[in-house]
Design a protein around this ligand. Structure first.
Ligand code: NAP
Length: 295
C-alpha cells in the first residue's frame, strides 16, 4: 500500500480562488475592498520576506493590503498605538503583527491590544477562548489549513482517534480543539509524553507539529492513518546548502499511511491561503454579513 499524497499546494490554490471570488463580491456589495494590514517591527530579514509574501498574496486575491514598518528601536507603547489606530480604522478588516518582535516588546501586550475581530492570525486570548468554547471566531491559520486537508480525504472524522504532537498556542492546541469539534478522540503529545511511538500508533489521524526533523518513524504510524506534517526544519547538507524536512520521515511513513502531506508543498501553502480566508471571514463579520458558504 502507498499513501495518497495530499497536495497542499493544489488545495491552497482552490482556497485562493474562492477567496478571490468572495473578495470581489464583497467589494461590489459594500463599495469598499477588504483590507489587511501587516505590521513589522525591526529588520529581521526572514520576517521581512514573510511580510512581503503576505502582502503580495493578499493583493493577488483582491484584498487591499499594506505593511507598516516600525524601526527596531520603536517602543512598546509606540507599537501598541499603531495597533490601536488599526483597531479603530474601518478600512482595515484584518491586522497581523509579524512575530517575533524585538525582545523589549512583549508579544502578549500586542495580542492583548489587538481587536479579536481583526485577529486574522487567531492568536489573541479571546480567539483561543472562542475556539475552546465552540463559539464563532478567527482560528489560527496553520491548524485551520491542516483540518481542511484532513477533511479533503476524509470528510467525516467522528469517532476517529487523533494524535497531535505539539502543544503550541500557534499550532498544537488549536489543532486539538478543531479535531475535538470534529468528534475525534484527541490526544495531545509533547516533549514529556512517555513512549511517544506507542501513543502515535493509536492515531487514525496524526498531526506532527514539533520542529524536529523526521522524528516520526515509519513503524510509529498505524496502517492507513492520515498523516499531516506541519514541521519545517531547515537542515544543512554536506554540499553547503540546506534542505527543508518535515517532522515525519516521509519515505519511511509513505508505505504505512493512508494519506500524507509533503514538506514542502503540504501545510505551508495552506497556512498562507488560510490567512487570506480569515481576512474575508473577518471582513464579513465586521459588516454583519455571512461569508460565502463554500469559502
Ligand atoms: P513550538 O512552539 O516550538 O512547539 C513545539 C512543540 O513540540 C512543543 O509543544 C514541544 O513540547 C513539542 N516537542 C518538542 N520536542 C518534542 C519531542 N521530542 N517529542 C514530543 N514533542 C516534542 O513549535 P510550533 O510553532 O508549534 O511549530 C512546530 C513546527 O511546525 C516547527 O517546525 C515550525 O517551523 C512548523 N510550523 C510550520 C508552519 C507551516 O505553515 N507549515 C506553521 C507554523 C509552524 P513542549 O511543549 O513540552 O516543549
Amino acid at each position: 500500500m502507498t499513501a495518497q499524497i495530499i497536495d497542499g499546494k493544489e488545495f491552497a490554490g482552490a482556497v485562493r480562488a474562492r477567496v478571490f471570488k468572495a473578495a470581489t463580491e464583497f467589494k461590489q456589495r459594500h463599495g469598499v475592498p477588504i483590507g489587511l494590514t501587516v505590521v513589522l517591527v525591526g529588520d529581521d530579514p526572514a520576517s521581512e520576506i514573510y511580510v512581503r509574501l503576505k502582502v503580495a498574496d493578499a493583493k493577488e486575491v483582491g484584498i487591499e493590503s499594506r505593511d507598516i514598518k516600525l524601526p527596531a528601536t520603536a517602543t512598546q507603547s509606540e507599537v501598541l498605538d499603531v495597533v490601536r489606530k488599526l483597531n479603530q480604522d474601518p478600512a482595515v478588516h484584518g491586522i497581523l503583527v509579524q512575530f517575533p518582535v524585538p525582545a523589549h516588546i512583549r508579544q502578549e501586550a500586542i495580542l492583548d491590544t489587538l481587536a479579536p475581530d481583526k485577529d486574522v492570525d487567531g492568536l489573541t486570548t479571546l480567539s483561543a477562548g472562542r475556539l475552546a468554547s465552540g463559539r464563532p471566531g478567527l482560528v489560527s491559520c496553520t491548524p485551520q489549513g491542516c483540518l481542511m486537508l484532513i477533511k479533503s480525504v476524509r470528510p467525516k472524522l467522528d469517532g476517529l482517534s487523533a494524535v497531535v504532537i505539539g502543544r503550541s498556542q500557534l499550532v498544537g492546541k488549536p489543532m486539538a480543539q478543531l479535531l475535538l469539534q470534529e468528534n475525534c478522540t484527541v490526544t495531545i503529545a509533547h516533549s514529556k509524553t512517555r513512549d511517544l511511538a506507542a501513543v502515535v500508533r493509536t492515531a487514525d489521524v496524526l498531526v506532527a507539529a514539533v520542529g524536529r526533523s523526521e522524528m516520526v518513524k515509519g513503524d510509529w504510524v498505524k496502517p492507513g492513518a492520515i498523516v499531516i506534517d506541519v514541521g519545517m526544519n531547515r537542515v544543512d547538507q554536506p554540499n553547503g546548502k540546506s534542505k527543508l524536512f518535515g517532522d515525519v520521515a516521509y519515505n519511511e511513513v509513505l508505505p504505512h499511511a493512508g494519506a500524507i502531506t509533503k514538506v514542502p508543498g503540504g501545510v505551508g501553502p495552506m497556512t498562507r491561503a488560510c490567512l487570506l480566508r480569515n481576512t474575508v471571514l473577518a471582513a464579513c463579520a465586521q459588516m454583519g454579513v455571512s461569508p460565502p458558504a463554500e469559502l
